[in-house]
Design a binder for this molecule. Sequence first.
Ligand code: CP
Ligand code: NVA
Length: 307
Amino acid sequence: MTRHFLKDDDISSSEQQEILELALKLKKAPYSVKTFAGPKTVAVIFDKTSTRTRVSFAVGISDLGGYPLIIESQGSQLGVKESIADTAKVLERQVAQIVWRTYAQAGLEEMAQNSNAPVINALSDEYHPCQLLADLLTIQEHKGTLAGLKLAYIGDGNNMANSYLLAGVTAGMHVSIATPNGYSPDEAVVIRAKELAKTTGGSVSVSDSPAEAVTGVDVVATDTWVSMGQESEKKDRIAAFKGFTLDAELLAKAKSDAIVLHCLPAYRGYEISADVIDGSQSVIWDEAENRLHAQKALMVWLAERAK
Ligand code: CP
Ligand code: NVA
């Protein structure tokens, strides 16, 4: 059966590890695997703006011998004049995989249900699982391991928070999330992450205390307070997130060798201070580069399992 990658727990712990190991191999030998030789075409569809996702998928697909067909959905029939199901049935006849950045997770599910070509979530309102593969790869490179490490995420209970919960516990990590009241991660995701944690040795804690979440951790992560689609809430959000900036004082509560992650784009002075994001503990450029290697591994892995 065709496998899709719509959310972080669509893969098991051992599958996650397999993909990360392949990513490391591809990082060392970027042109060694030609999964899309032909060239086969991979559709990469954007309903929202992007820099990293666009570049890393385009480069990754060409590294694998394929052709990246970038589709801006505003210029297509998708969602407006034509259903997601019909679009999926057209695409699967012609492309090897479908990568889609969109709003509702339900749209990705509909695309996957109607496509024999693997569908990859390149960010939805609910999850950003490709980013998490890159983040885990970065943590593994800097810390040598994942299972047993402590990770704190400070800020909005958004798609990144949901993905840190699911991907983090899948990797056997201890994930603590601190958000202001009213901005917690999805309750169903927290419950699912707690269930998963029982099988991996990881754990989950959710609070409204950044200091509590960060104390003694190996990895500290944050993300924008205003995700794509929430622009009209900007003013209220900035007020609500007061006290949740990842700054030097907060970071000092983590282990002295803790690393700092941010998926980018970053808003210095809001969710993260300039001295932290540009400081010695920040590994954000490795993280951004690792989108390429992690996604190449994911595409190769999915291609091996496609019908
Ligand atoms: N981190 C990330 O997904 O960046 P883009 O929005 O630029 O793709
Ligand atoms: N939470 C952010 C991530 C951007 C990569 C957003 O959804 O806009």
